[in-house]
Design a protein around this ligand. Sequence first.
Ligand code: AMX
Length: 437
Amino acid sequence: VSTIRETLKEIIPERQALLKQIKSEHGAKTLGNVTVEQVVGGGRGIKFMLWDPSVLDAEEGIRFWGRSIPECQRDLPTAPGGQEILPEAMFWYLLTGKVPTAEQTKQFQEELVSRSELPAHVEKVLDSLPKTLHPMTQFVIGVAALNHDSQFAARYKAGMKKAEYWEPALEDSLDCVAKSFTIAARIYLHSYKDGAANMAPVDKTKDLSANFATQIGFGDSEGFVELIRLYNSLHTDHEGGNVSAHTTHLVGSALSDPFLSYSAALGGLAGPLHGLANQEVLRFILGMQKELGDSPSDEQIVQYIWKTLNSGQVIPGYGHAVLRKPDPRFAALREFGNKHPETANDPVFRMVDSLFKVAPGVLTEHGKTKNPFPNVDAASGSLLYHYGLTQFPYYTVTFGTSRAIGALSQYVWDRALGLPIERPKSLSMEAILKLVK
Ligand code: AMX
């Protein structure tokens, strides 16, 4: 069985040659003009960054190395007896663009799980934080502290050649993903249980999601374990321009190691317009349930949405900077909820479905958002909630374990392709006025 290192070693020269060809044959061509509106409007639509593992189409949603979500669900390995994509298989796929065999997946899973234990100093740091510190802040700190053992940083200091960068970048990235799951579990026990002193040891025969579920006390629920696998596969990557992916790429371009780069990204994921939206969605849904009861009419929901909009708040889980149709990640999570009888009849999940029926119409009539449809965050929280993970300030942490997989896959490629430090041009208002005169 070829390992992830051997597989990458084989592919990297081909991709390096392709980039060289793109630069030499097409380097002087333009990919569109940049308008003043784009410069002052968050860079929306500017084609700016190289990002290989996924490309987002505004109409059909994300494709990972050319495969749509249903195609990934069809082609990528699951756990034995399971139905959902294994995040480990997704990680291999995002790193290589090749579907791993069952054997490769098993070996890769074992390698990741064997890396998932935390250094003592990280455990100590995490356990010393106030229990009331937001779980995402704890996550930022835990991942940053892993940089103590960064192979990339150590080898850079020792004078590593540029052609070798990708190798310790890969080692650190595997560590970062594997240990993120354990950090996430530790944060949960620290914040919401009696602490992590008695956390279950890692079971090397099980996958990362099953271990995580066991460590936080939900390991007996096969439905929950499968949800965690799906959740962690779906949230991995959403091309490069979103805040968390872009941050990893930007910070990494300064040759900061994967831990520092991804820790910075988690700070962005913790923003309410990005990953924190899934916590906000649940707060919104529970507020609605409290006011309207378990089975409100469509008309009651419409009134509730208007009330929220008129008070100047956004409808969390709706809208997107790029997408203009319902998010296929939302569709996959909704399908999961509908196919399992226990979730299908859950009142909070049903509420998500009822909201989906009417919210696009209201948001269209409201006329502000360019996309009145649900994004990934609209459904995910209600499913976690159903299985008993009711502490919604924690939800973005599970987004964070997943996003590490996609953002760090590109981090490895950034180093393999020798991409330079990122440094786009900024302009003052006076400079803009001078240029457009
Ligand atoms: N409810 C109410 N108003 C909304 C809205 C929503 N769900 N989505 C967008 N709008 C408003 C914007 O606030 C903006 O109003 P303004 O002109 O007064 O500032 C206007 O519509 C135009 O915005 P846009 O161009 O459609 O969106 P954007 O690209 O600027 O922002 C996003 C995209 C996701 C931040 C925005 O749709 C939003 O705030 N959604 C709610 C929060 C959310 O679900 N975030 C999660 C996104 C997915 C993720 O990263 N996890």
